[in-house]
Design a protein around this ligand. Structure first.
Ligand code: WTA
Length: 634
């Protein structure tokens, strides 16, 4: 075991101090011995906050896929790398060994090369949770192509926006995705998107749902046909440490999603480091993260982190409540899962189904539980701890972001203590600061403020694709010499952090990060809408839900207005973005400079009607009473 994996609270403290006092030697020593490098670095890190330029391991040559697969073959070739559990419980699960994975990834890489793909090309992956998605991700990385995975729940418009932003040359998709008994017609959605995407040259289609699709001659090719005669050997592309590894889009507050760009070496180092420390993975354990690879959690903790650590990682195609709400627990028993990592929204939703789902479920192999994606409320935490962990499993509450690449604040399983609703302590290497609104550091332990990071870390995003100025503005302008997370946090007397939620205009619904501006843009496209303001409010199952306040162009009542808005949002952005409540109002509260006062609407949406704060600065304070009066109750 590496000395860089903490084994006790004291050990954690020592490691943490070491990482802060001499970050350069800390990261150099860890990285040198734990990975296979083609060439070592010239400098561990350099940074310039004002330009938001960060580099890690500059001068080094490396390939992340080689580190995730090839180097494990000699010792662990027969070990299961990916354990695939299909949507249909009656379909056989697949154990893909490291040797199998090596061959499949090489064939996929050769297929991509035969289509003309090369280092630096962007390849969009719009796929269900099937092994071919993992092969594609790792194959892109093997040949140095930049993958841009788009979650398969997104609409054609969201897909085309993302393809165009990154100017992808290739798209890999499938005929359809299986979700419970339903089929998502992915190829059909992609066809619509591609009408707007001139950069796409070729499309590869995996046969999965067997739904009927159309193939465009010269553009569309079946995966099976292309892959058939590809060689099982493929040279790795030698990547510079700072070469981009992937782009992943996350919601922004101006409406346009941000293509976060991650690097090759720093991302590899930190996802490995954080995976091993947080989950304390031991050889032979079976690890399951229920996220979709379309999100950062899937990138870092289904694929890259676990595989670079030589783990067995489970990939689940289906949904938690199909064929019944006991599905997760059934899978845990079936595959003898030891480490289970999911989202608070899944826990809340399953907990609401009662205890029947747990009948005849042993759950006795579980050793570690985890959560990610949003603050976990006390009730959900206790249910998880009692009914799933049987009081025996620590819960790692992992706080991080698409932008951070890896887990930043979390307890380490059985090493540092958990505390319900707290993400607890920063990982070694992560220097957290709480700043007040004027940028003053809150030095006392017991404090609440803006959550910021004051030293670069290896897996931080390097830029927003095509818009470095936006990267600077969003993350590095609010507070000088700090990365601003956009989250607020509290710190208790022992230094444990509790995330209080977003301080900007992003709402986390069922663990999905939605930009309110993006949703407003769509609602505003409705011909009768003058203006809209979208805010989040606490929701029992979803964590947060969307409340849309809409000002119409005329006072006339419009029949089926809510249904039309819902359909519009679903179609353009995807069903997860649908507002739970739509309230029409005579006017939206505005500041004198014309900005909508979302702060007030957020309070009204949360039914916090008494504490609206100072409304005297509003341009039109009278509109508040009307909005309060017509508030939609649960
Ligand atoms: C929220 C997901 C509280 C937070 C990995 C963050 C959390 C945003 C937690 C990033 C947690 C994530 N406790 N809040 N354990 N984990 N968040 O980019 O607001 O999809 O800024 O990355 O989710 O969401 P993203």
């Amino acid at each position: 075991m590496s000395r860089f994996v903490a084994k006790s609270l004291d050990g954690y403290k020592k490691l943490y101090d070491e990482s802060i006092n001499s970050p350069e030697t800390f990261w150099a020593e860890f990285s040198k011995n734990e990975f296979s490098w083609i060439r070592h670095w010239d400098s561990v890190f350099t940074f310039d906050w004002s330009k938001a330029k960060f580099s890690w391991f500059a001068g080094a040559k490396v390939n992340i896929t080689q580190n995730c697969i090839d180097r494990h073959l000699e010792k662990n070739g027969q070990k299961t790398a990916i354990l695939f559990e299909p949507d249909d419980p009656n379909e056989k699960s697949q154990h893909i060994s490291y040797q199998n994975l090596f061959e499949e990834v090489n064939k996929t890489a050769n297929m991509l090369k035969s289509m003309g793909a090369k280092k630096g090309d962007r390849i969009c992956l719009y796929m269900p949770m099937i092994p071919e998605l993992a092969f594609s991700v790792l194959a892109c990385a093997k040949i140095g192509a930049i993958h841009s995975v788009v979650f398969a729940g997104f609409s054609s418009k969201s897909l085309s926006n993302r393809i165009n932003d990154a100017k992808c040359r290739f798209l890999i998709t499938s005929d359809g995705g299986l979700r419970g008994e339903k089929i998502t017609p992915l190829k059909k959605i992609a066809d619509q998107a591609l009408e707007l995407c001139p950069s796409i040259e070729k499309v590869v289609v995996v046969r999965r749902a067997k739904n009927e699709i159309t193939m465009k001659a010269g553009r569309d090719f079946w995966w099976d046909a292309l892959i058939e005669n590809q060689s099982k050997e493929c040279q790795v592309e030698i990547m510079d440490a700072e070469d981009p590894l992937f782009i992943l889009y996350t919601s922004g507050s101006t409406g346009k999603p941000k293509g976060m760009v991650h690097s090759s070496a720093g991302y590899m180092v930190y996802t490995n480091f954080s995976f091993r420390n947080v989950f304390q993975y031991k050889p032979n354990q079976i690890y399951w993260c229920t996220a979709d690879i379309g999100w950062i959690t899937g990138h870092s903790y289904i694929i890259y982190g676990p595989l670079s650590a030589g783990a067995t990682t489970v990939m689940f195609e289906g949904v938690p409540n199909y064929p019944n709400p006991g599905r997760f627990w059934e899978i845990i028993d079936k595959h003898k899962i030891n480490i289970f990592y999911t989202a608070p929204t899944a826990i809340r939703s399953l907990a609401s189904h009662g205890q029947n789902q747990l009948k005849n479920k042993r759950l006795s192999t579980l050793e570690v539980l985890g959560t990610v994606g949003e603050p976990i409320n006390e009730e959900a935490w206790q249910w998880y701890f009692e009914h799933i962990g049987k009081h025996n499993c620590p819960i790692v509450d992992t706080w991080w972001q698409t932008e951070t690449g890896g887990i930043m604040i979390s307890n380490l399983a059985n090493v540092t203590p958990h505390k319900a609703t707290f993400a607890t302590l920063p990982l070694p290497g992560i220097q957290v600061n709480l700043l007040d609104k004027d940028g003053r550091e809150l030095k006392e332990t017991d404090a609440e403020g803006n959550l910021c990071i004051k030293h670069p870390w290896p897996s931080m995003a390097r830029t927003i694709y095509g818009d470095h100025q936006r990267f600077i503005n969003t993350y590095f302008s609010r507070f000088p010499k700090h990365y601003f997370t956009g989250d607020g946090a509290k710190r208790d007397a022992d230094g444990n952090y509790r995330i209080t939620g977003r301080v900007d205009d992003i709402v986390i619904v069922s663990g999905h990060n939605l930009g309110t501006a993006e949703i407003e843009n769509i609602i505003n496209q409705h011909p009768s809408v003058a203006e809209s303001a979208v805010v989040g409010y606490p929701h029992k199952k979803k964590g947060n839900a969307i409340y849309a306040f809409v000002q119409l162009k005329t006072q006339d009542q419009i029949q089926n207005f809510n249904a039309e808005i819902n359909a519009l949002v679903s179609k353009t952005l995807g069903p997860i973005c649908k507002p739970e409540k739509v309230q029409t109002c005579l006017a939206l509260p505005k500041t004198r400079s014309g900005k909508i006062m979302r702060r007030i609407l957020r309070k009204i949406a949360s039914n916090d009607l008494e504490n609206l704060g100072d409304v005297s600065t509003l341009l039109n304070p009278a509109c508040i009473d009307e909005i309060k009066e017509n508030r939609i109750n649960d």
